[in-house]
Design a protein around this ligand. Sequence first.
Ligand code: NAD
Length: 433
Amino acid sequence: MKVSVLKETAPGERRVALVPESIGKLTAAGLNVLVESGAGDGAWMTDDSYAEAGASVVSRSEAMAADVLLMVGKPDEATVSAMRGGQVVIGLFAPLADPAIAERLARADVTAISLDMIPRTLPRAQPMDALSSQANIAGYKAAIIAAAEFGRFFPLLITAAGTARPAKVLVLGTGVAGLQAIGTARRLGAVVSAYDVRPETKTEAESVGATFIELTSVGSASGEGGYARALTEEERQAQQDELAGHIARHDVVITTAQVPGRRPPLLVTEDALKAMAAGSVLIDMGASELGGNVAGSQPGDTVVTENGVTIVGASGLPSSMPAASSAMYARNISTLLLYLVKDGELAFDPQDELQTGVIVTRDGAVVHPALAPRDPGAAANPAARADSGDPPAPADRAAADNSAADTADQDAADNSSAGSGEGSASAIPGAAS
Ligand code: NAD
């Protein structure tokens, strides 16, 4: 079976799906590994290093002809058009945020496996958890950028020229990225506080060196599956108001708050920004085109407010550390690939919740329970629905509109054996050569 690594096409993407160190395990399992020439350039991994590791370095068209295509991000339109029916493609497709990509891959009749859909709480899924590996890198880099942007020291410094007090850093959102940001800022010598709307994160934040802030105006917003639920309008307002006082007392604020399948919650309002001292720095890891955790943040850009507060819209942080992020991602994707391979071929077991959790499209349809259309007529003909111009109507979006079921999409991902169909293990069409 031929497995190929494609060169990423998204602007600014420097990661690569496999690194030379990851090739040996795959070839030992009987896989024929192809790497598109130049695929590793952005991460300083040369064609020669892949060839020395046992891969064949090939052209784009040869790579596109393999049975399994490995990627980091989403395929662009040209890449999807160049796919052939029956191929398997594995990457981070974020179909909950962008259901249209799932529709496109279904129309291309490929089996699309999205690593970000992995049921993260399954112990066997942990080495495949690319969301965590990339969030770890992002949290680390956010703290490093904060230290670089801040016009003072992070650590306490006592010198003949005077004493510098340590920076006061506040981390909002203490999931994987937030905990790494706390640990990194602490290692740089800052005094770190943290807040999360899930109170159970208190002990984790404290264990990496933060003082946990508990708000009196907002209770727990723990959703299911370890994620936060979206707040009601009243809770949101109360949270923003109470947080503003804490934010004003800090030099640096790093925000990482996310709610699955939703736009990031706004935690730092314009009024809160106005109350910050000149020279303060915010790193908004939630920055997106839809808005982020910080009012006025621009994804991929740095803005300075009239009162001298720097806001870094920190999107794409894993790609800014391409060697580390590619190495970790390669471990994630190759572990998943080897998990799916039986006797040199990919085999699909519909009883395995890990597999049904990651398979988004198959046999020309969107099959993931969190995305599959609720209307059985539409399910039978996804292409017709997409061509009609109707917005995709995944079950999880409808559920997400119901505030009682805010984490429905991740719940569905975590419980995805439901609705996966019956039967015993079957080969994924076209996966074997
Ligand atoms: P995430 O990226 O979805 O969110 C980041 C943080 O933002 C979360 O801690 C969330 O509670 C917080 N948040 C959301 N809305 C907020 C608000 N309004 N105010 C303040 N904070 C807010 O989270 P993640 O890093 O992907 O982790 C989510 C959970 O998954 C965590 O509990 C983590 O421990 C868990 N997890 C478990 C495993 C495992 O079991 N193996 C693996 C990875 C992650």
